[in-house]
Ligand binder design. Structure first.
Ligand code: SF4
Ligand code: SF4
Ligand code: SF4
Length: 245
């Protein structure tokens, strides 16, 4: 029997679940492997009988906490997809402020009535079985993951830095153009997407498991930069700090 798959969204732009919907050419192949049983963005049917729950978005309200715990009880596998769910992504920027201040900044004097808590990755609230990084997720990586899961294989994330992919593409390093880049320590798997279009890498896929910090520091020093300066610059996707919660 094909695994029963659900897609859930929490606090986010839902761009990662939209990426699944955009697998237009591959969707029929995916449907040969799994059955979608619940996915607000794509279908009206709903079910609580779930084998694999893909989840995009951060956990950022008390209601989110309650719902993700319910999903964990319903599904055999829970798989966060995208930076918001993987490491709280952009949403964790709000954790730099007090929640009362956040509510006032966003909603003005009516803000007090809104339920908001510091943004967390899904794994900070319930155990997860795998996770796909990226903002948004990489479509091919998602398809590989579905195939692996349907075949009973354990999916794996690439553990080499974006720099390795960038060099394979023959890109001109953006450091030589005066930009800063997280490629030496950022987790690859995106095909060095941003540097391939002349932009810098912001590590939207997080970091490799054992970043070669010394090598990164040497590269930075060559261009008159320090690791602290660069980390501050690149905190957009990687500022979640559980000690702030
Ligand atoms: S990771 Fe990016 S694309 Fe995905 S839901 Fe969050 S903000 Fe949207
Ligand atoms: S630092 Fe950035 S631009 Fe330079 S090689 Fe690495 S990924 Fe490419
Ligand atoms: S190059 Fe960096 S920021 Fe761009 S998609 Fe890849 S990991 Fe994300």
């Amino acid at each position: 029997m094909k695994p029963r798959v659900a897609v859930f969204s929490f606090t986010c732009c839902e761009g990662c679940s939209l990426t699944i919907l955009e697998c237009e050419n591959e969707l029929l192949d995916v449907l040969n492997l799994v059955t979608f049983v619940r996915w607000r963005e794509a279908m009206t049917e709903t079910s609580d009988d779930i084998d694999i729950a893909f989840v995009d978005g951060s956990i950022s309200t008390h209601d989110d906490v309650r719902k993700i715990k319910q999903i964990r009880e319903m599904a055999k596998l829970v798989i966060p997809i995208g930076a918001c769910a993987y490491n709280a992504g952009l949403n964790s920027l709000k954790n730099r402020y007090g929640m009362a201040q956040v509510k006032e900044m966003v909603y003005g004097e009516d803000g007090a009535q809104f339920d908001t808590i510091p943004a967390r990755p899904v794994s900070a609230v319930v155990p997860v079985d795998f996770a796909l990084p990226g903002c948004p997720i990489d479509k091919d990586e998602f398809l590989r993951t579905v195939r692996d899961l349907a075949l009973g294989k354990t999916p794996k994330l690439p553990d080499s830095p974006v720099c390795a992919e960038c060099k394979r593409q023959g890109n001109v390093c953006v450091f030589t153009k005066g930009m800063k880049c997280m490629g030496p320590v950022a987790r690859g798997g995106c095909g060095a997407l941003c540097p391939s279009f002349g932009d810098y890498c912001e590590a939207c896929r997080g970091f490799v498991d054992n970043p070669n910090e010394n090598s990164h520091k040497e590269t930075l020093a060559e261009y008159g930069l320090t690791a602290a300066e660069v980390m501050n610059y690149f905190s957009l996707f990687n500022s979640y700090d559980k000690s702030q919660i």
